[in-house]
Design a protein around this ligand. Structure first.
Ligand code: ADP
Ligand code: MG
Length: 599
């Protein structure tokens, strides 16, 4: 008996649905694209249960004729492509004609549509079978309601992530379309909450304001340029606005939102040292390439593209962003060194970004515009240089016995250098301790100890601090409120995009509250399952520690240094910060003597 047979169309649809419809966000993407293709000027997306029980997309586009409605749900039914040649000049979002068929096969769909000319039609179809059509009074436009996604494919339903994660993907999808179409009204609601209500605006910067809020909008730098066959437009945030993750780095290729890790790398590299470690800008960048230079057809959801000349595209991105940063941040003139020892001759300008406006600027390089040795701490007491031999005999209060690996015996602070490093000595040599990183480690372990013990010490804020959150951030706060509260943060909606921070961990002492909250939201945005809870707590502790720790460029008293070193020596891992940065470097006494030829 033959066992090979042609699959019936329902099976084919469900298989195709596996590629096109992965999660609620993929349904939203297809429906919003269809609405845009229909010339809608107003698109409203309403979700229930992160889109799992309902995704509704309402548009005012051209609608469908009664006769086309059933056909729209047939596999490879599209009004957008007719010939093979058409595939090369696609200017619509959709073109495969399989989205509606795929979505209908794994959910319950109700489509109501009208052309504004005569009555409209409503079609209901459950799991892709037994369509029921009726005539209804309906204005121009189309409404699709997709309920109970994956009700008939339990395995796929089980593959979904937590609702919070699905909602984040869904939100991101809507925001992407909002960003690439500022001319269209885009609304997004989840249950009773409005996550986005963005009336049409003239240009991207205003849309950026609507989507990301005032903070990002005030730090927005437009970018523009043509590099070979790649045209680049959009914008990025200045280095003053940094985020703890890449979530808000958005790419659009020929008008389509896409995902590409390497593009993000090109972008970040354009900032060079202007971004702190593991900090990222917000960016919305549009690339326009000739159709033959980019293949949008490599991915079933068209979420990734393949460039014919990828490195040229990455170079173009880097150049465009660099140029824009250079235009907006005034270069600093660096005088040639008095001894003429540098390559820069008289009058030469070494190009550098202005660092003076950075919040925690590093000290100016020696020999450049800082001719004097920037030691502004005091030098040890007692008048004796701390020869290694007498460190032990002179322990006193200023030195602490400890167990930092690679150090020997008591560590005694000698001085602060450049308001940033503690120069200290132990029995075997000199130590240069980064005060911020050291303090970060101390606080990190303290927060973790509080979590494991009686819980994080909380401080109620008499005057709540308000912060502005984007729709995506607000979703995370709602989904992770318990976790945030366990770390001491209580946030309440305050109207518009504003939130009030009512309490915070005491350790933070109210410093940098808004930034800390934003960083935490960023690290929670990935969604946190029970298995990752521990990791999330560590991330949050690290983030709190980083914000609460003493900064570089901050003078310390001798007592503060002694105290910090003592605390550090009590740490479980006193040599690395929670992110893995080293806390100290050492110069062995023996090495010093060898180098000074003191043998
Ligand atoms: P594609 O978008 O690739 O053509 P779809 O399965 O997404 O395929 O849609 C099939 C067809 O249904 C479209 O080509 C279009 O003619 C019609 N259609 C779908 N959604 C809408 C809508 N919101 N407004 C008007 N027509 C629509
Ligand atoms: Mg489509």
């Amino acid at each position: 008996m033959g066992t090979i047979h042609i699959l019936d169309s329902l099976v084919i649809d469900r298989i195709a649905a596996g590629e096109v419809v992965e999660r609620p966000a993929s349904v939203i993407k297809e429906l919003v694209e269809n609405s845009l293709d229909a010339g809608a000027t107003r698109i409203l997306v309403q979700l229930e249960d992160a889109g799992l029980s309902l995704i509704e997309v309402v548009d005012d586009g051209h609608g469908m004729e009664a006769g086309d409605v059933e056909l729209a749900f047939a596999q490879h039914a599209t009004s957008k492509v007719q010939t093979v040649e058409d595939l090369d000049v696609i200017d619509t979002m959709g073109f495969r004609g399989e989205a509606l068929a795929s979505i209908a096969s794994v959910s319950r769909v109700e489509l109501t549509t009208g052309t504004g000319d005569g009555p409209g039609v409503r079609l209901r179809i459950d799991g892709g079978v037994n369509p029921v059509l009726e005539q209804v009074a309906w204005p121009r436009g189309t409404t699709l309601r997709v309920s109970d996604l994956f009700f008939n494919t339990p395995a796929r339903r089980k593959n979904l992530k937590k609702p919070a994660t699905e909602l984040r993907h869904a939100t991101q999808t809507v925001l992407d379309y909002a960003l690439c179409r500022p001319d269209v009204y885009i609304g997004l609601g989840h249950g009773k909450r409005t996550l986005l209500a963005a009336p049409p605006v003239a240009a991207l910067p205003e849309r950026v304001h609507q989507v990301f809020g005032a903070q990002v909008a005030t730090h927005w730098l437009p970018i523009e340029g043509r590099f070979g066959s790649t045209t680049i437009s959009g914008g990025v945030t200045t280095p003053e606005h940094q985020r703890p993750n890449r979530n808000d780095i958005r790419w659009f290729v020929n008008g389509r939102p896409v995902f590409d890790y390497r593009l993000a790398h090109a972008l970040v590299s354009a900032y060079e040292s202007l971004l702190d470690r593991r900090r990222f800008p917000v960016s919305v960048i549009f690339l326009e390439l000739p159709v033959q230079d980019v293949d949008v057809n490599v991915h079933p959801r068209k979420a990734e593209v393949r460039f014919a000349h990828p490195s040229a595209v990455y170079r173009a991105v880097r150049s465009a962003v660099r140029e824009s940063l250079a235009r907006h941040l005034p270069p600093v003139r660096i005088e040639p060194r008095v001894d003429g020892g540098t390559a820069a001759g008289a009058g030469a300008r070494i190009f550098q970004f202005d660092r003076s406006s950075r919040p925690s600027a590093s000290p100016p390089p020696m020999g450049a515009d800082a001719p004097e040795l920037p030691v502004d701490g005091w030098i040890v007491s007692e008048g004796t240089p701390a020869a290694h031999a007498d460190v032990d005999s002179d322990v006193g209060t200023a030195a602490v016995e400890g167990h930092i690996s690679g150090t020997a015996g008591a560590i005694r602070p000698l001085a602060q250098y450049a308001n940033t490093y503690i120069i200290a000595a132990d029995r075997s040599g000199l130590l240069v301790i980064d005060q911020h990183v050291a303090h970060e480690r101390v606080l990190y372990e303290q927060v973790l100890a509080q979590i494991e013990g009686r819980g994080v010490e909380v401080q109620q804020l008499l005057v709540p601090e308000t912060i502005e959150l984007s729709a995506a951030e607000a979703t995370v706060v709602e989904a992770q409120s318990e976790l945030l509260e366990s770390m001491g943060f209580t946030l309440e909606p305050f109207g518009g995009g504003s939130w009030a921070v009512r309490s915070a961990p005491a350790i933070l002492a109210n410093r940098d509250l808004a930034d800390t909250v934003r960083a935490l939201i960023g690290s929670l945005a990935q969604g946190v399952g029970p298995e990752a809870l521990d990791e999330a707590r560590h991330d949050m502790a690290a983030s709190i520690a980083c914000h609460a720790a003493v900064r570089a460029n901050h003078p310390l008293t001798r007592e503060e240094m002694v105290r910090l070193i003592a605390d550090l020596q009590r740490c479980e891992s006193p040599t690395r910060c929670p992110h893995g940065r080293p806390i100290l470097v050492r110069v062995d006494h023996a090495d010093l003597e060898r180098r000074l030829q003191r043998h």
